[in-house]
Design a protein around this ligand. Structure first.
Ligand code: NAP
Ligand code: MG
Length: 471
């Protein structure tokens, strides 16, 4: 049994002033793994003060110095893949496959930030003026549990590249993962106060970050509901916000697509990270006249999808992170049934032999339409709705008929045709015939999927404030 009773402030592990405890429960067995002591408002204020002091000198560092810090952070975690994968599987229930990919993203975040620094110019000429891109200030980083250390690395690497200092509030459910990364980052020996990490509740630690006048910007990943609360609070002190929120991504299968490839890819895109992914392709839009053929391939693919112990290297869908998340997914499956959609595969309850953990049956609905709640709301579990369309125009219309706009997917035998469709989709990223990641391209949402972009030049500039010198 582990007790995590330290937070990281001003370059040291300190005992939080807060004394509330939160139990860490295994998603795979529902047995208690340990406890974490939660920080309180006083703790966050101490972290913000440390970051504010560090900002004075850190914002003056050169590109070379920042590259050196990024290299050191990367080196501190690089040889520890196994430990990071193990703790993510144990605490979060992330599959071995996902946890491994997530670790690679962690180390790549530092590579991408270094690459940016090697080419980005912090001084530009616009009009007749010199424009200086200044570090924005202390950044508050608030993140969810579904790829915790991945979010920490991505946001911290960008902040450091921009010369900003940070206060990070991870989900308390990720406390063991947070502890591991804090210990290794500590070995990197960065100047005190550049990054501070405070475990605690959203309504306590997160709320203080949103309120505190010494925070200049918030980078948030999480639900649209909490994103709106943070943005409302942030405007009181005119904080800049980058919000990476939910999604209900459409996946358009055009009528010329090779279904033997496109459908297994569609299932992988729907059930990635056990369905607990903001970019999951949860609305599958298929040509009406191909429905029967597609139903067959979907049924076959889903019955071959391995659900179970996330430790097993072949497992594709692991448990939901918590009982609460399990219940949420069950409620949505019931909603789909009540709305009159038909279950093609999966359904309510736990798969046989997996009763102890928060396992759900990967579920696919047919006879669904885009007005149903299962097609409009983010479920955050392995639940897919198949919706038919008559022609390309209608496919695009259904795809865009959503309050979200994070990611979209298009499959076609013709790159050119897919490109034309992709160019009409209201989504921050569109994947054509693949599920890929470009760490130098912007990531973020249209509409209620968020505000702003992460990654690449746009991501870096979200941590900078331009000053034009007119002379
Ligand atoms: P969440 O409830 O929005 O929580 C995200 C973070 O915000 C957590 O650290 C949470 O702390 C904190 N928080 C909660 N209330 C707060 C408040 N009043 N003020 C400041 N911070 C607050 O999301 P979740 O349930 O953890 O994660 C699932 C959701 O995240 C899904 O809806 C999914 O779409 C979204 N998500 C989006 C992306 C993306 O990149 N767009 C990626 C992953 C997840 P507590 O843990 O203490 O509540
Ligand atoms: Mg929450």
């Amino acid at each position: 049994m582990k007790t995590i009773d330290k937070i990281y402030i001003n370059g040291a592990f300190v005992t939080p002033k807060g004394n509330e405890r939160f139990e860490l429960i295994s998603p795979t067995t529902n047995k208690k793994l340990g406890e974490v002591v939660l920080g309180n408002t006083e703790d966050v204020i101490a972290a913000i003060d440390a970051a504010k002091r560090a900002f004075k000198t850190f914002s003056k560092t050169t590109t070379e110095e920042r590259i050196e810090y990024l290299q050191r952070l990367k080196a501190s975690i690089e040889k520890r893949k196994q430990e990071f994968v193990d703790v993510m599987i144990e605490e979060y229930g992330g599959t071995f496959q996902f946890a491994s990919a997530s670790f690679d993203n962690m180390t790549n975040s530092f590579n991408s930030a270094i690459k940016l620094l090697n080419t980005y110019s912090f001084k530009k000429t616009m009009g007749e003026s010199e424009v200086q891109m200044e570090s924005i200030g202390v950044v508050g980083i608030i993140i969810p549990w579904n790829s915790s250390n991945g979010f920490i690395c991505g946001k911290l690497a960008t902040a450091i590249a921009a010369g900003c200092t940070v206060v990070i509030k991870p989900s308390e459910m990720s406390a063991q993962q947070t502890q591991l990364i804090s210990e290794y980052f500590h070995e990197a020996g960065l100047p005190k106060g550049v990054y501070n990490i405070v475990n605690g509740l959203g309504e306590v630690v997160g709320a203080e970050i949103s309120r505190n006048p010494d925070i200049a910007k918030i980078s948030f990943t999480g639900s649209t509901m909490v994103g709106k609360m943070i943005a409302k609070e942030a405007v009181n002190t005119m904080k800049r916000v980058t919000l990476e929120l939910g999604g209900k991504s459409p996946n358009i299968i055009l009528d010329d697509a090779d279904l033997s490839k496109a459908i297994p890819m569609a299932i992988a895109a729907a059930f990635m990270n056990s369905g607990q992914a903001c970019i999951a392709a949860t609305r599958l839009l298929v040509p009406e006249n191909k429905l029967e053929e597609i139903k067959n391939i979907v049924s076959k693919t889903v019955s071959n999808t391995i659900v179970g112990d996330p430790k097993n290297q072949t497992t594709a869908v692991g448990p939901m992170v918590s009982k609460k998340q399990y219940e949420r997914v069950q409620n949505y499956i019931q909603t789909g049934i009540d709305e009159g959609a038909e279950i093609l595969v999966g359904g309510l309850g736990k798969p046989k032999g997996l009763e102890d953990g928060n396992f759900v049956k990967p579920t696919v609905f047919v006879n669904a339409n885009n007005q149903m709640r299962i097609a409009r709301e983010e479920i955050f579990g392995p639940v897919l709705s198949i919706i038919t369309y008559k022609d390309e125009e209608e496919a695009i219309e259904i795809a865009n008929d959503t309050t979200y706009g994070l990611q979209a997917y298009v499959s076609s035998a013709s790159e050119d045709r897919a490109y034309k469709v992709a160019s009409q989709l209201q989504a921050g990223r569109v994947q054509i015939n693949k599920i890929g990641h470009d760490p130098m391209a912007p990531f973020g949402g249209f509409k209620q999927s968020g505000i702003g972009r992460e990654f690449g030049t746009l991501g870096l500039e979200a941590y900078l404030e331009p000053r034009a010198l007119i002379r």
